[in-house]
Design a protein around this ligand. Structure first.
Ligand code: FAD
Ligand code: NAI
Length: 475
């Protein structure tokens, strides 16, 4: 007899494990199947985010930032730190510990919420009488059934055509987080989120880093003024970013990689490096689901087709996170997971795509929510803009990091906030205020009238809101 569940979740990343917990909180019998293995072959739930994404990349960003501060900025504070060295093995071991703490945390949460966890690959066996039979291939093979299935199988790194990842010299995000020694020369293809974050890590640690980007504009999805300011800071740091390139042949050997490309002027170039990180986007993952057995509809990109409610083409089969349309972000996956569990319970789960924040964890950090100035222009929306530089913020001066600004975009007539864009220290934290404001349909004046602690970086947010009405107090 197969074990019977109300809800079976396939995939234990942020979309899947959160959906499983929320469904259990709502009183369902829930199973979550995840196949990720740790170094010892044991379970490592948390998906890409926990194992080779958000969490380990932020651990390395933190370590490398400390190194850069010790080398370059401690002296400003009167602190002498001579002979500063980086022990890469120790840095990676710390990162692995942080990952394991998160894996263990999710296993604990499953227990606490009475979610039954299966370690192995889940695939559709058959659909019969309104119930789906799911095969679990792990240490042993077993079969379970579910009335509702939530697919949260995530995504994988996209490779350059004909250039497979060997994770030794040609690296995906996985290998990029396991480089055992600082490479002398490192190239990255794609100056998107991973390119900038991983490029920053290894540049801070001493690598000569070049990022080759196909598009002629830098961070095209980011507000132009903010992207320009960020690019200025990266140039100053020595992060080399070449825009408008066309990557040609990539030859990988044991000793390194040779990348042929044409630059923006049409000149043929060759870049010889020790390691190459390919960060040109990610592809939805449905490998091994046996989706064809039950006729699950995929689109031309391989993503599971869903409607606004995350319903797939099959009755009572839902899909969330990177494997469906929309931004590939952990918090978007989580919100969809919660919403689906609530819809299964007959509630009205909702995800507001207009207020999903984005953060790039470089230094300076880049964070935004809502529409950019170029989008508002393209949409013909009449707007007012207000900016405030961190240079004029007391806390930023005390921190010793005055790069960047906060920028507000508000409707010209109603003053409703349409977008907030930040480049600068702690942008990742500051953006939350803007998300809350937009969720409550606040006006720029609402933020301008709220008391913000002094001295704090958040005063720059208040001042940018005041700037919309051309009445900043400190600039
Ligand atoms: P995943 O996290 O990919 O989880 C899917 C899980 O399903 C995996 O464990 C997989 O093994 C499992 N699985 C797949 N098929 C099966 C099957 N048939 N049976 C059983 N298990 C299966 N996002 C942010 O919001 N902030 C960040 O700072 C951030 N940093 C990132 C850094 C990097 C380097 C990368 C690569 C990504 C980053 N992301 C970040 C994106 C984020 O990791 C993803 O958006 C998020 O993990 C998507 O969650 P998910 O649950 O949809 O899928
Ligand atoms: P990305 O979509 O952010 O950037 C890919 C870049 O590669 C783009 O600028 C694109 O123009 C460029 N590109 C594509 N093909 C190319 C080619 N052949 N030659 C040169 N350039 C090429 O993708 P990335 O960085 O791989 O990250 C994947 C996703 O993971 C992100 O979109 C994001 O959703 C998620 N992520 C989120 C993070 C965060 O929230 N802080 C951190 C890292 C990843």
């Amino acid at each position: 007899m197969s074990q019977a569940f109300d809800v079976v979740v396939i995939g234990g990343g942020p979309g899947g494990y959160i959906a499983a917990i929320r469904a259990a909180q709502l009183g369902f019998q829930v199973a979550c199947i995840d196949e990720w293995k740790n170094g010892k072959g044991g379970p490592a739930p948390g998906g890409t985010c926990t194992n080779v994404g958000c969490i380990p990349s932020k651990a390395l960003l933190q370590s490398s930032e400390h190194f850069e501060h010790a080398n370059k900025h401690f002296a400003d504070h009167g602190i002498t730190a001579s002979d500063v060295k980086i022990d890469v093995a120790k840095m990676l071991a710390r990162k692995d510990t942080v990952v394991k703490q998160n894996n263990d945390g999710i296993l604990y949460l499953f227990k606490k919420n009475k979610v039954t966890f299966f370690h192995g690959r889940g695939s559709f066996a058959k659909a019969e009488g309104g119930v789906y039979e799911i095969k679990v291939a792990g240490a042993k093979e077993e079969s379970i059934t579910g009335k509702h299935i939530i697919l949260a199988t995530g995504s994988n790194a996209r490779a350059l055509p004909g250039v497979p990842f060997d994770e030794e010299t040609v690296l995906s995000n996985d290998g990029a987080l396991r480089v055992g020694a600082v490479p002398k020369k490192l190239a990255l293809i794609g100056s998107g989120v991973i390119g900038l974050e991983m490029g920053s890590v290894w540049r801070r640690l001493g690598a000569d880093v070049t990022i080759l980007e196909g598009l002629p504009t830098f961070l095209g999805a980011v507000d132009e003024q903010i992207a320009k300011e960020a690019k200025k800071a990266f140039d100053k740091q020595g992060l080399k970013i070449e825009l408008g390139v066309k990557v040609g042949e990539v030859k990988a050997g044991k000793g390194g990689v040779s990348v042929a490309y044409t630059n923006a002027k049409g000149e043929a170039q060759t870049l010889d490096v020790d390691k190459l990180i390919v960060s040109i986007g990610r592809v939805p993952n449905t490998v091994g689901l046996n989706a064809e057995a039950v006729g699950l509809k995929l689109d031309e990109r391989g993503a599971i087709v869903v409607d606004d409610d995350c319903k797939t083409s099959l009755p009572n089969v839902w899909a969330v996170g990177d494997v469906v349309r929309g931004p590939m972000l952990a918090h978007k996956a989580e919100e969809e997971g919660v919403a689906v569990a609530e819809r299964i319970a007959g509630q009205h789960g909702h995800v507001n795509f207009n207020t999903v924040p984005w953060v790039i964890y470089t230094s300076p950090e880049i964070a935004w929510v809502g529409r950019t100035e170029q989008q508002l222009k393209a949409d013909g929306v009449a707007y007012k803009a207000g900016t405030f530089p961190f240079l004029a913020n007391g806390r930023a001066r005390a921190l010793g990091d005055t790069t960047g600004m906060v920028k507000f975009l508000a409707d010209a007539k109603t003053d409703e906030i349409l977008g907030v864009h930040i480049v600068g220290p702690m942008a990742s934290e500051l953006i939350s205020e803007a998300v809350v404001a937009m969720e409550f349909k606040a006006s720029a004046e609402d933020i301008a009238r709220i008391c913000h602690a002094h001295p704090s970086l958040s005063e720059a947010t208040k001042e940018a809101a005041l700037a919309v009405d051309k009445r900043t107090l400190n600039f």
